[in-house]
Ligand binder design. Sequence first.
Ligand code: HEC
Length: 108
Amino acid sequence: MIEWMRAAGLAAALALAALAAPVASAADAEAGRALYETRCGGCHDRSVHERTARAAKSFAQLRAAIARWDRHAGALWRKEEIDAVTRYLNERYYRFPCPDDVCGSARG
Ligand code: HEC
């Protein structure tokens, strides 16, 4: 029940984030952060994203790593949620140029 309510809250945050597109907004970053911290933060802290030998060398590789970890942890995220987490981690740590299909034009 609690899990369900949390999921509903995340869905609402994502819906708000989608409304705020195309500008990657604070709400969007917040949705990505919530998604990440709920499922991923328990296993690794920021150090994995800040290490100099980090695996992701481009936005596409970062997104692929996130999609891989999502599958690894049960494949719960839709494309939009993977995008939101990628934007969050990218903004916060990686700072790769973000392609238009993820950060640009409005998506529904
Ligand atoms: C079972 C523990 C575990 C869980 C759960 C987990 N990770 Fe990881 N993650 C790791 C470990 C360990 C590494 C470092 C080893 C590696 O690079 O494969 C890593 C590395 C990564 C990297 C690469 C960092 C870099 O640039 O070098 C990304 C991105 C990442 N995880 C994202 C996620 C996301 C998103 C989730 C949630 C869906 C997640 N992880 C859940 C353990 C975990």
